[in-house]
Write a protein of this length. Structure first.
Lengths: 78, 236
């Protein structure tokens, strides 16, 4: 089974990469572009039952793939 | 020159990508006549008579995932956590600080600098209020110590920040050469100018600036010596 984990900075935390990319694209004249948020996408391939796999994905996302101090995550079965 | 610290047993953990280990080895040898005991990250125990531990700067595991994240789950880190649990003294410098926050041995996180640039320059550190050995040894002076990082913006949520302040855990803050905290004196956008914090028991210090690189007037500053001395004073 494949799962996707998307990790992003909490809204109150400055996303320096997103801001840099947005500013550079605005300089090209794309003035309707209001903001860009950079996220990380992890794709995990997991063996076992669906229940166990989902539990494991959540555990790995919570404990390792995201840092709960500054980031949030979402998981999805692919 | 002899040092009262000469017999102190201090270890240094080397991760793949650590690159400030040699600077620490040189500084502790030259300033205190201490031969650091080198501990490879794949070890699962620390030397039994160890009194203090250094997590050096560098780019452990290439900073993959997040700075310090993969080092925080290295085999040696279980032993480091056990050492801290028993009141052991640890100093984490730069990447070592990132390893300490990723290991939850210190609160908060180190994020990309707000300027988006890697910064390599001298910082001036003032000492905040607190009652740890570090606070008592270092208060009242300004320390000129270099920083060299791309991800050094200390972040903790407002509740965590209040707790750090109330517990006297904030140690170093980025200040101007006059000791005043201003926006211009904050190189990376760290919350409350935080450059270094200590654990609740005052034994674990994490700091982005490099005291080991400020250990000789010949190289621009010897202010780091007092900081390293304070670390040795915490060693029981």
């Amino acid at each position: 089974m494949n799962y996707e984990v998307i990790v992003e900075l909490k809204p109150e935390v400055l996303d320096t990469q997103g801001r840099a990319i947005k500013e550079a694209l605005t300089r090209l004249g794309h003035h309707d572009l209001k903001s860009i948020k950079v996220t990380k996408r992890f794709v995990l391939e997991i063996d076992g039952t669906e229940v166990d796999a989902e539990k494991l994905v959540r555990k790995l996302a919570e404990e390792h793939l995201a840092n709960s101090v500054a980031e949030t995550f979402q998981t999805k079965r692919l | 020159m002899t040092s009262k610290f000469g017999a102190t047993q201090i270890g240094l953990v080397q991760f793949p990508g650590s690159n400030c280990d040699a600077d620490c080895i040189d500084a502790f040898k030259r300033l205190f006549q201490i031969d650091l005991q080198l501990i490879w990250h794949e070890e699962t125990s620390l030397p039994s008579r160890l009194q203090g531990l250094i997590l050096p700067g560098g780019f452990s595991y290439g900073d993959y995932l997040r700075s310090g994240a993969l080092a925080s789950i290295s085999p040696i880190m279980q032993a480091v956590k056990g050492f801290v649990g028993k009141g052991g003294s640890v100093i984490g410098i730069c990447n070592g600080f990132q390893v300490l926050t990723e290991s939850k041995l210190l609160p908060g996180a180190l994020l990309k600098n707000d300027s988006r640039k890697f910064i390599c320059e001298y910082a001036h550190l003032s000492v905040a209020g607190g009652d740890s050995v570090y606070h008592r040894k270092l208060k009242g002076s300004l320390y000129k110590v270099p920083i060299a990082h791309g991800e050094g913006r200390y972040y903790v949520d407002s509740e965590g920040l209040k707790k750090l302040g109330a517990n006297g855990q904030i140690l170093f803050q980025y200040a101007g050469t006059d000791g005043v905290l201003s926006e211009a004196s904050n190189p990376n956008g760290a919350i409350s100018h935080i450059a270094g914090i200590v654990s609740e028991n005052g034994r674990v210090l994490g700091m982005m600036p490099h005291p080991e690189r400020a250990s000789s007037e010949l190289l621009g500053s010897a202010d780091g010596q007092k900081i390293l001395e304070a670390f040795l004073e915490t060693v029981g």
